[in-house]
Design a protein around this ligand. Sequence first.
Ligand code: PSU
Ligand code: MN
Length: 307
Amino acid sequence: MRKEDCVFSEPVRTALLKDKPVVALESTIISHGMPYPENFKTALQVEDLVKNNGAIPATIAILQGKVHVGLDRQEIEYLSKKGKSVWKCSTRDLAYVLAQKLDGATTVSATMVIAHRVGIHFFVTGGIGGAHRGSETTFDISTDLIELGRTPVCVICAGVKAILDIPKTLEVLETQGVTVITYGQEEFPAFYFASSGIRSHIRVDQLEDISRIFAMNRRWNLSSGMLVAVPVPQKDKDTADRVEAGMQQALEELKEKQLTGSAVTPFLLERIADLTGGDSLKLNIELILNNAAIGAQLARHYASYQT
Ligand code: PSU
Ligand code: MN
């Protein structure tokens, strides 16, 4: 990477120079994960929450072949409106999008790569990609899991969506050597739902402890990343039931479509939101905001040990 490949927003540049806490945010969630205008509003709210919790937000995207670390309001609006017409940029797409000077919204994997290259240790998202149901035959396993295995960034998410195969996802994370921590409960959370029925390997109740664990990862130069799963704030049972039913139907519809690869997750997210009259979208927004506050606090604790 060369300095001229990157454009830093002023607050992010200053924060990185002074070792202040910075939280990376991905942009695929904006372009492919939510409809306009909810995506725009949420992206701004997430940034505000990070700031209110004492860290500097760095939303990451590629604009005309330049890596932007920290977007301004106009840039966020541009991506929000362009939606799925920008390239969904995972690790495999980075070189292509950069060399061809395209616009790319970075997924968890590509955002991790960029965050690590520029010295950002904490990264907040909603949900990571995982091993899809049926991946034993389709091989559809998100690069997010592989990147977590080789890039030492702490990723804060709300667990793994039940549209994926959660046990297989956790197995792949183990194979990749990723430290997976659930914050504050025994069960690994399932994105829209706090509960998944699957026990988490490690539970930690104090944010300070999670930051110290990540500091140990860095101290020992573990090349693997860390995943912090934060349960969504519990909703009423009716909403949960509606989202569960919407998820099942969307999965059925997926079987009839010929969709594969990177189109699968955006299709499911959009369809579940339609089928639930926006309930899943509301939950999605709530959990991201919750993750943003926690991610910023983790970054703050971590920065305080480094000084
Ligand atoms: N899960 C969500 N919203 C999203 C994504 C996942 O609830 O927007 C995005 C993230 O950018 C993630 C990507 O990295 O989808 C994973 O895509 P795939 O399943 O194609 O690997
Ligand atoms: Mn995939």
